[in-house]
Design a protein around this ligand. Structure first.
Ligand SMILES: Nc1ncnc2c1ncn2[C@@H]1O[C@H](COP(=O)(O)OP(=O)(O)O)[C@@H](O)[C@H]1O
Ligand SMILES: CC(C)(COP(=O)(O)O)[C@@H](O)C(=O)NCCC(=O)O
Length: 308
């Protein structure tokens, strides 16, 4: 007999079968928009994995909105607008941003929740000047590199229905916080919060980011695949963003050969991101309500959905 698991497990084929219940077909324009998010994501992936997933999330959001209405009618209050918050966690370079943007676009197609905003926790990293002062520039992405109080304040304000809440922004080009720009959130129906740290807990804190989540997803893959994706992304940036003089990496890696770049990125992966994965990210996996496990070609091969 199989040991008890708190998750329902689906392979790709069984999960894809659930798309029969997805009523909304994709229009050509929508397909083009989705392609624009990441031209390597295939239409099969959208139809077989993401459409059933957005259908499930739609049901959860609707149920949560109904629950809020019932509470309001019990209290004889007008129902306040409370955003449904979805957290997306996983390693650096596992594909969180791609998954988050796909979900944002697809979830916004339903009438019950047209307004879907996306925030990444990169914006809550301390600026490089502070990381340098603290001597933790080589710990970017580790729990101590984030202004967690600021992140908790932000997410608490959004959840309590504040009409306008601002989030700081991070630039992968300058490798630093953008000082003079912010993202403004105006009472969305759904807020997606994506970042390596969103399911982390701290024994000294009373409140965690995930306390504000209505649903959480962990994007998972074999470590050597993630390392390869990190190196591929680094090589792509070397051909594109690193050629820009504003890029943090331009003076450091702009003149490296392809082989030297592979070695440099492998080193960063090993010394920073893989270490962070083992110490701080992987331990949060089983806190997620849904785990998406990708194969070497980025396609999702296994889906685990929490029973409770
Ligand atoms: N579903 C996908 N299909 C193909 N490539 C993908 C997919 N998801 C991510 N990638 C690629 O993998 C790399 C890491 O993805 P990204 O979304 O930037 O990860 P993260 O936000 O977790 O750091 C990028 O080069 C991205 O283009
Ligand atoms: C800013 C990040 C922690 C965020 O991770 P991501 O959103 O790319 O998954 C990461 O991209 C990073 O900068 N890590 C530090 C080591 C490095 O330069 O890769």
């Amino acid at each position: 007999m199989k040991p008890y698991s708190p998750y329902y497990e689906f392979d790709r084929k069984v999960w894809a079968g659930l798309r029969d219940h997805t009523p909304l077909p994709l229009t050509d324009d929508e397909l083009q928009e989705l392609k624009g998010l990441n031209d390597q994501v295939s239409i099969e992936e959208v139809e077989e994995i993401y459409l059933p997933l957005t259908r499930l999330l739609h049901l959860y959001v609707k149920a949560s909105q109904q629950l809020h209405q019932m509470t309001s009618s019990f209290l004889h209050n007008e129902a306040p607008k409370v955003p449904y918050i979805i957290g997306i966690a996983g390693s650096v370079a596992v594909g969180k941003s791609t998954t988050a943007r796909l979900l944002q676009t697809l979830l916004a197609r339903w009438d019950h929740h047209r307004k879907v905003d996306l925030v990444t926790t990169d914006g809550f990293l301390y600026p490089n000047a502070i990381l340098e002062k603290k001597g933790i520039m080589n710990k970017k992405g580790f729990p101590e590199s984030y202004d967690i109080k600021k992140l908790l304040r932000f997410i608490g304000d959004v959840k309590s229905g504040k009409p306008e809440v601002k989030a700081p922004l991070y630039s992968h080009l300058t490798y630093d916080i953008v000082e003079d720009e912010q993202q403004t959130i105006h009472q969305p129906d759904i807020l997606i919060v994506e970042g390596i740290n969103v399911l982390q807990v701290n024994k000294d804190a009373k409140v965690f980011v995930s306390d504000f989540f209505d649903f959480s997803i962990y994007v998972d893959a074999e470590e050597h695949d993630i390392e390869n994706w990190y190196i591929d992304r680094f090589l792509l940036l070397r051909r594109t963003a690193f050629t820009n003089r504003q890029s943090y990496f331009h003076p450091r890696f702009g003149n490296l050969t392809e082989q030297e770049s592979i070695e440099a990125s492998r080193q960063i992966w090993k010394e920073i991101n893989a270490k962070n994965l083992h110490e701080n990210i992987l331990p949060t996996k089983r806190r997620a309500q849904l785990i998406l496990t990708k194969g070497a070609d980025h396609t999702i091969q296994k889906i685990h959905l929490r029973k409770l």
